[in-house]
Ligand binder design. Structure first.
Ligand code: HDD
Length: 725
């Protein structure tokens, strides 16, 4: 374990897991599973005459055990959300402000630290699929509270594709690889998905989100989380409220552009997995604020949408988000399988003070999750270390496969003559079942307001900013006068066009482009023209033209801009400016960023003034061919004539600069390094620049910062001091 992890705050759950953790060291010899020391793991017991190896013997219990264990290593992968990664952390509320809504201590007691375990995931692909595909991301949180586990099983998109859980198997069959050939992997770009959503208009709102930048997040650390369904809270006076849960990332909400996401899927399919671990180990543990939207019971019917419909958001202008606490993820898992793979969530797992609503999607989920854990992990899955609560568990449930607990005593039922294991009344912390009055007719139907499917799809579209709509070759700054240099395209249109163009059945893309007319005629026209679809000539619904700014991810730009955890590539070759690179690397580290030196070879590279092959070189992290610009957030080219000349002449480096520029990465260049950028972009960089107030450096609206020479400022000196100690 690294020293960073040894020093971090240990939650009750981490201490609980310690009982089941073993460390493998040089002193720990191998034994069989029944504990007998193993003398040889490389040779199966054989009949041999010394010259030939003869037949292997079935009696070799050591070899047999090794093979048996291996043969059964796999368990069924999750039927959805199979690909994921996880981390431990903790949650604290700011104060008791939520006590007016709930008696749940986890949401109201500021003196508590509740351990959490979060698993992030993609939905469509199998366990081995790539991280950066276009997909919804799962954001499932287990709170190990003192009153039992609470699982908040959410996504990074606040709505869902369907309204009623009975449609889930159809939806998942349609979205998953097609049955005849198991294609495609990690994508919704195929006939069956678009066929289904085209015939299922309730999906139209969620499809807009899935085609937006939200579905290609830069990092799990830079996305929102939503409980999606409507839950309820009950306070100590027995009053009930409807609630939606929100996670808001400290670092803001950021996405890739599609070209980056596609390339990274090949260059590093584990990008998001590594990103989470790297940030935690580098001392930048991700943090989210927990927000709640609350509607008192008596206001349930005050809205034009049904507040129990999971295909609808509650616009924040109508129901503001109240921030009540924060979660930090500060520890990667020690072993993937027992923690990340075996963790199991159930929406039905809530604690006193939190309850369900009649949201028909949630009601079905409450059945489904426990059920799926039975086939994935077996009846006693809640005894697995990662799943067991940190509070005492006692009841009269018994037996089942892999029962690990030995419960002493003579009774396993209630009531019993010993009065052993009694129910706990609500007055002593027992779960509070809210006494809800119900009246109605038993029918296979949904409420009236569940029939409207397009208003919020339009609301989402209207709320996107130009940036989100603009293509990757579009400038970042809104005040650029050079905007016409670039072709403006639309992210959303590009996404629809990519996906529908992968459908080869005309019926599918024609149905979908017709459906889009009801969301927005202009959008439909452009997509139809791109993919060969069809449109209805006049809008089939009168547009409302409304916007809601929190639907744009720019709304969640970090309160304080930060370079924390950002990956910065410094491209250099022999003859680079050594002081400059050392100082800037130190400054980046002091700001929490992660600098990487990329050079023409993996070994030592020598700064100007140092003898090649001598003592003065620096080790670079990667060779030019080993990484691509897509893996980094920013690029720096230091000064040094010899180094710059080499970079200019190297096709891979030129491509690096061009690609980083195309993806709107921040690019810095100093002295002779400026010439590398100029050559790569085939432009005079002054065309791309704005002078800074003191003329010491020039910064462009395109993210290019150039300066003639590097100055050792007081800030730089401080940073160097911090990092070099
Ligand atoms: Fe689900 C897994 C999120 C609707 C049935 N779901 C799963 C996971 C997440 C979600 C994040 C992965 C949990 C993990 O990391 O282990 N699911 C959602 C959200 C939904 C939703 C936000 C809509 C509001 N899900 C949904 C419905 C059903 C399911 C309507 C069934 C009726 N979901 C499952 C499942 C999974 C699952 C089949 C697969 C693995 C698992 O549960 O543990 O039971």
């Amino acid at each position: 374990m690294t020293s960073t992890l040894q020093n971090i705050f240990q939650t009750a759950k981490i201490k609980d897991l310690a009982a089941d953790s073993v460390e493998v060291t040089g002193k720990t010899g191998i034994t069989t599973d029944h504990g007998v020391p193993v003398p040889d793991t490389d040779n199966w017991l054989k009949v041999t005459n010394g010259r030939n190896s003869g037949p292997s013997l079935l009696e070799d219990q050591i070899a047999r055990e090794k093979i048996h264990r291996f043969d059964h290593e796999r368990i069924p992968e999750r039927v959805v959300h199979a690909r994921g990664t996880a981390a431990h952390g903790y949650f604290r509320v700011f104060d008791d402000r939520a006590a007016k809504y709930t008696l749940a201590n986890v949401l109201t007691d500021p003196n508590r630290t509740t351990p959490t375990f979060v698993r992030f995931s993609t939905v469509q692909g199998s366990r081995g699929s790539a991280d950066t595909v276009r997909d919804v991301r799962g954001f499932a949180t287990k709170f190990y509270t003192e009153e039992g586990n609470w699982d908040l099983v959410g996504n990074n998109i606040p709505v869902f594709f369907i309204q009623d859980a009975i449609k889930f198997p159809d939806f998942v069959h349609a979205v998953k690889p097609e049955p005849q050939n198991e294609v495609p992997q990690g994508q919704t770009a195929h006939n069956n998905f678009w066929d289904f959503v085209g015939l299922q208009p309730e999906a139209s709102h969620m499809v807009m989100w899935a085609m937006s930048d939200r579905a290609i997040p830069r990092s799990y650390r830079m996305m929102q989380g939503f409980g999606v369904n409507t839950f309820t809270l009950v306070n100590s006076e027995g009053k009930r409220f409807f609630v939606k849960f929100h996670w808001i990332p400290e670092l803001g909400v950021h996405s890739f552009v599609w070209d980056e996401a596609l390339k990274i899927a090949g260059q590093d399919p584990d990008f998001h997995r590594k990103d989470l671990e790297e940030a935690i180990l580098n001392g930048a543990p991700p943090k989210w604020t927990l927000g709640i939207q609350v509607i008192p019971e008596e206001r349930e019917h005050d809205f034009e949408f049904d507040i129990l419909d999971a295909t609808k958001i509650w616009p924040e202008e109508l129901v503001p988000v109240e921030e009540i606490g924060e979660m930090v993820l500060n520890r990667p898992v020690d072993e993937f399988f027992p923690e990340t793979e075996q963790v199991a969530f159930c929406t039905s797992h809530v604690v006193p003070g939190i309850g369900f609503s009649d949201d028909p999607l949630l009601q079905g989920r409450n059945f489904s999750y426990f059920d799926t854990q039975l086939s994935r992990l077996g009846m006693n899955w809640e005894q697995l270390p990662i799943n067991r609560p940190v509070c005492p568990v006692m009841n009269h449930n018994r037996d089942g496969q892999h029962q690990m607990r030995i419960t002493k005593g003579r009774v396993n039922y209630w009531p019993n003559r010993f009065e052993a294991g009694p129910p706990i009344p609500q007055s002593h912390g027992g779960y509070v079942d809210f006494e809800q009055k119900i009246q109605g007719i038993k029918a296979r139907a949904r409420g009236e307001k569940f029939q409207e499917h397009y208003n919020q799809a339009e609301l989402f579209l209207n709320s996107l900013t130009e940036y989100e709509k603009a293509s990757c070759a579009f400038p970042r700054s809104s005040h650029s006068s050079k905007r016409t240099l670039f072709r403006s395209q639309n992210h959303l249109i590009n996404a629809f066009s990519f996906e529908l163009s992968h459908c080869d059945d005309a019926k599918v893309y024609e149905t979908y482009t017709k459906l889009l007319c009801t969301v927005n005629l202009d959008l439909a026209k452009t997509v139809a023209a791109n993919v060969g679809g069809q449109i209805n000539e006049s809008p089939t619904r009168r547009p409302h033209g409304k916007k809601s700014s929190p639907l744009s991810q720019l709304y969640y730009a970090p309160k304080k801009p930060t370079i924390k955890s950002r990956r910065v590539a410094i491209l250099l070759a022999d003859g680079f400016n050594g002081t400059e690179v050392t100082t800037i690397s130190a400054m980046l580290k002091a700001g929490g960023a992660v600098p990487f030196l990329i050079g023409p070879r993996r070994g030592k590279i020598f700064p100007a003034g140092k003898e090649l092959g001598g003592d003065g070189g620096v080790f670079v992290d990667h060779h030019f061919e080993g990484q691509r610009s897509t893996m980094f957030d920013a690029l720096l080219i230091p000064s040094g004539k010899e180094s710059a000349d080499m970079l200019k002449a190297n096709g891979r480096c030129v491509h690096w600069v061009r690609e980083a520029f195309g993806h709107l990465k921040a690019i810095g260049a100093i002295g002779e390094g400026v010439e590398v950028v100029r050559r790569a972009l085939k432009m005079d960089v002054t065309q791309l620049t704005f002078a800074s107030p003191d003329d010491s450096a020039v910064t462009s609206s395109y993210g290019v910062v150039t300066t003639g020479s590097y100055k050792m400022t007081a800030a730089a000196a401080d940073a160097l001091e911090i990092v070099t100690g």
